[in-house]
Design a protein around this ligand. Sequence first.
Ligand SMILES: [Fe+2]
Length: 495
Amino acid sequence: MSILGISAGFHDAGAAIVDHRGEILFAAHSERYSKHKHDENYCLGLLEDIRQHGADIDLVAYYERPFVKQLRSVYAGQGFNWHQFTAGQAVRRQLGRNYHNVPIRSFNHHLSHAAGGFQTSPFEKATVVVIDAIGEFDTVTIWGAEYDNRGHARYKKLWGQRYPHSVGLFYSAATKHVGLKPLDEEYILMGMAAYGSSRETAKRMRLDLIDSEWEVKFRDNLHLGMVTKYLSDFPDFDIAAGAQELAEDLILNIMIRARNFKWSSNLVYTGGVALNCSANRRIGGYFDNIWIMPNPGDAGSSLGAAALAHGGRLNWRNAFLGHDIAGPYPVNAILDELVTRRIVGVASGRAEFGPRALGNRSLLADPRGPEIKDQVNEIKRRQKFRPFAPVILEELVDHYFDMPSGWSDSRYMQVVAPCRHPDLFPAIVHHDGTSRVQTVPKDGSGIRQLLEKWYVMTGCPMLLNTSLNIRGEPMVNDRSDADRFEMLYGVKVCS
Ligand SMILES: [Fe+2]
C-alpha cells in the first residue's frame, strides 16, 4: 500500500511515492525526464519510474484544490478552465489511464507546502512559515504544527496573507522587469543583487509599491509585472539589489510575526521563496532550529500532499530520491579526473529531489586558484557574474565560512555565508564575499567519501559543486544524458 503525491499543471511537475510506514520510495521532477525545463506535465519517463517504485499505489494525493484555484483565476481576470475544474480532471490529465481505479484526495496548496516541510522535519512541534508566489488564494501562511498522541500531524493556521499581496509575485515581477524569466530565473536576480546598490531603488520601491510592510500589503497587483519603464533610470543590478532588500525585509517581518505566536522555537520554512538563500541567512536569529526541505517549491508539494494523505511523520534520510543510476559511487575515478584535469562530472545513484545538485548529478572541480571559475563557466556557458557553490566536510565548515546565526550546517545548499579565505578560493566566492555553502555530514554518502579522500590527498576539504546539465536543459537524469554531456563538452562524467 502506498500513496502517489502529484503536483502538476502549472510549473515544475513533481511526483512522490510514500508507503504506509512513511518511507519515501521515490520523488522526482518531470523535467529531468522530458528535458523541458520546468515541465508542468508528466511524461512517459516519469510514469515509467512511478510504475517501478509504486506497484501497489492505492491512493493519489493532489497538491492543491483546482476548483478554488479556478475561482482565483476568475478573480484575477484570467478566465476559467473547465478542464482543470476538479482534482480528478487534473490527475487524469497527468496519469491518463494509469491508476484509473485509485481514489483521489486533494489538499490546500499551502497546507501541502506546510506538510512537505513539517512531516520531513526532525521536529515534534514547529512553527511553519509558507511563502510563495501564490497558492489558491494564499500567498503567505503561518501554521502551528505538532503530532497528536497517535502520531498524526495537526496543523493550526495562525495567520495568512492573500492574493494579490505576495512576496513571491513581487520578486517574480522584479525578475521579469530586468529581462529575466519569471518563475525560472529568480535565482539570477538574487545573484545580480550583490553587484548593485539598493540605496535608492529599495527606497523607491517601498514608497511606490508597498502599502504596509508589516501586513505584507502591496499597493498594486504585481501579478502581471511592474509598469513599463519603472525605475528605468537605474541599472538592472540596482533594481535587483532593491528587490532583494525589500523581499528580505518583508520575509523578516513575517518571521517576527511567526515567532511572536510563541508556538515553537523550531522553524519549518517552505514555499518557493524559501529557495532565496541570501535572504535565508537573516532568518536564523528568530528561531533556535531551522528546517527547509530541499525542495520547498511546488514540485516538493507532491511529497507534501502524500504526507498529508499518510498523516504521520515521513522517514526523511536525504534528497537522493529520484531516478537511479545503479552502482557504487565512483570515488577513485572522480579523484583521478580531478587530479589530472581539475573538472569532472558525476552521475551516480539516485537523482536529487529539488533544484540543487548535491553530489549525485554534479559537475565538480578543484576550487583552488584563480582560473577554475572561468573554465567551469566556459563549460556551463552562463553569465560570468554568477558564482559557484562549495561542498565541504561539515565538521570543517567553520574554518572556511562564517555560518550565519541559526545555521550550524547547510546540507542542502540553502544559505549563503561569508568565506574566510576568498583569495584562496575565488571560484566559489560571490562578489559580496559570500558562498552558497553545502555541508556534508558523516553520513557515508558517496560525496562524503569523495570529500574525505580529496582532503587526505590535497589538504583541501571542499570542492566546487554545480549542477550537471547541458545549457538550457534541466539536470542530467540518466546515463544517456551523461553521455551527451561528455560528447558536447569533452568532460568525463563518472558513474
Ligand atoms: Fe506554491
